[in-house]
Design a binder for this molecule. Structure first.
Ligand code: BES
Ligand code: MN
Ligand code: ZN
Length: 497
């Protein structure tokens, strides 16, 4: 799909715009948006509202054809709710337009929507790009017969005034980079584990590196062994699929600037290992590389944006499978940091691969490290599928980082909520036989998981995002969401300013 900004000199009329479909908004109180007023030459829109054909409620839409005095072949009215245009109204209107237009014959469409009261034009442009991309996203890559919903829209023009054009174009470039990153994340998350292997993630990272001129290193088993990442390797022990340790570097900032390091959990399938998971829904554990997928998606986004910031992605990736060579409950492993870990449950494997990656991150003398992981089922119990769990230490530097991430999430419609960590929770990780146990009992599962990770991050400023709930949708519309690419991308864009 091809997006562009069309700037309109104020002397030119919308009515003389040649397009297969013009999209304008109407309000619930029967009033028209400025664009709709212009098109309402002979009262056709008033008549449509009066007859009750469109309510103006957010999400409602009505198609009109051949309006007298209007060059556009079609006019699509979309509901905007109250005149005090809300964020929700803009997202609903953009989604309604995208959904509606996909079933029509129109191939080039032009949108002229107002700006939400609490946001700017750039935000609105992003919502349009997101909505149109979402509407054409398909999960039929492995189906012999492709889903037959028409996706006829080829060109989407967003109408802005001349003085807004420069800012709008910059916003559009960013939005397109963002959706391309999210799309990669979604594809990787949906891809079955027999295709999305650690080797596939490594190949994907290499592709990003060559396309966007980044540095890339993929460490193989021998090198991982040499680094003494025995905790990571213990998770991989039960499978024939070789583990990979991916390091992808976007050095868009000054050479001496400390990098932001993103660490993504890349379990390409989590069977639970010897602590085998129950069968129902186990297929969904193919998305246990959602952290890795979102880190790679974010790198793709900032690569396309040519962001002026140093960002390094680290992805430890392997499968967690049971077999005669698998790690057993009770086994003790020595992590790269030297801390010994008693593996009381082989299903708490995410922290076992992340801890070694977090130790490896030290060598980059990072400005901050953010790890992203589908770490615990417990975070779904706490926050559901709407909100990502955010964890950091409780001091000034970390409070600041937390606020930065929370604000980025709000800005990007990809929200997080901070939960506590600390000494009392850490006590739950005591082991009789090793320095630390890999589980902390049934209470506060997401918090004790974060506390486990925290022990490997003492040398830098760190935050942890638990995305088990937000990176995936269950049920009928099952699939990866592309989160938290929007939050991470906004965070990095703000840091580059
Ligand atoms: N990958 C899972 C967490 C998960 C669960 C993600 C559901 C998405 C949906 C993780 O490796 C895991 O199994 N965690 C265990 C931890 C427990 C053994 C302490 C869990 O959440 O049950
Ligand atoms: Mn697990
Ligand atoms: Zn897992």
């Amino acid at each position: 799909m091809d997006f562009s900004i069309k700037s309109q000199a104020s002397k030119n009329k919308i009515t003389s715009l040649k397009t297969a479909c013009l999209v304008v908004g109407v309000f619930e109180n029967k009033k028209l948006s400025d664009a709709a007023k212009e098109v309402n030459l002979h009262g056709a829109i008033d008549a449509a509202i009066k007859s009750g054909d469109i309510t103006g409620k957010p999400g409602s839409a009505l198609l009109l054809r051949d309006l007298k005095g209007v060059e556009a072949t079609r006019v699509l009215l979309v509901g905007l709710g109250e005149e005090n245009v809300s964020e929700k109204a803009i997202t609903s209107a953009a989604q309604a337009a995208a959904r509606h237009l996909n079933g029509l014959g129109a191939s080039d469409v032009t949108l002229s929507l107002p700006v939400a009261k609490t946001r700017d034009l750039s935000w609105g442009i992003r919502q349009i790009v997101l909505a149109f991309n979402e509407a054409i996203f398909r999960t039929d890559a492995y189906k012999s017969k492709k889903d037959s919903i028409a996706a006829n829209v080829k060109k989407v023009h967003i109408l802005v005034s001349e003085k807004e054009a420069t800012a709008a174009k910059a916003a559009l470039t960013h939005s397109i980079a963002l959706v391309n990153g999210m799309e990669l994340t979604k594809q990787l998350g949906n891809m079955p584990a027999n295709f999305c292997t650690p080797s596939h993630l490594a190949a994907t990272a290499k592709k990003i590196a060559s396309e966007f001129k980044m540095g890339i290193e993929v460490l193989e088993r021998k090198q991982i062994q040499a680094l003494k990442m025995n905790s990571f390797l213990s998770v991989s022990a039960g499978t024939d699929e070789p583990p990979k340790f991916i390091v992808l570097k976007h050095m868009g900032g000054k050479a001496k600037d400390a990098p932001v390091v993103l660490v993504g959990k890349g379990i390409t399938f989590d069977s639970g290992g010897i602590s085998l998971k129950p069968g129902a829904g186990m297929d969904e554990m193919k998305y246990d590389m959602g952290g890795a997928g979102s880190v790679l998606g974010t790198m793709r986004a900032i690569g396309e944006m040519k962001l002026k910031l140093n960002v390094i992605a680290i992805v430890p990736t392997c499968e967690n499978m049971p077999s005669g060579s698998a790690t057993r409950p009770g086994d003790i492993v020595t992590s790269m940091s030297g801390q010994t870990i008693e593996v009381l449950n082989t299903d708490a494997e995410g922290r076992l691969i992340l801890c070694d990656a977090l130790t490896y991150a030290e060598r980059f003398k990072p400005a901050v490290v953010i790890d992203v992981a589908t770490l615990t089922g417990a975070i779904i119990t706490s926050l559901g599928h709407h909100t990502t769990g955010l964890f950091t230490r409780h001091d000034e530097a970390h409070d600041k980082l937390a606020d930065e991430l929370l604000a980025a999430g709000k800005e990007a419609n990809d929200v997080a909520w901070r939960l506590p960590i600390g000494e009392l929770y850490n006590e739950q990780l005591k082991s009789n036989f090793a320095d630390i146990a890999n589980i902390g009992g049934p209470a506060a599962g997401s918090i004790t998981a974060a506390c486990f990770l925290e022990r490997f991050t003492k040398k830098y400023t760190w935050a942890h995002l638990d995305i088990a709930g937000t990176s995936w949708k269950s049920g009928a519309a099952k699939g990866a969401t592309g989160r938290p690419v929007p939050m991470l991308t906004s965070f990095l864009v703000n840091r580059a300013k």
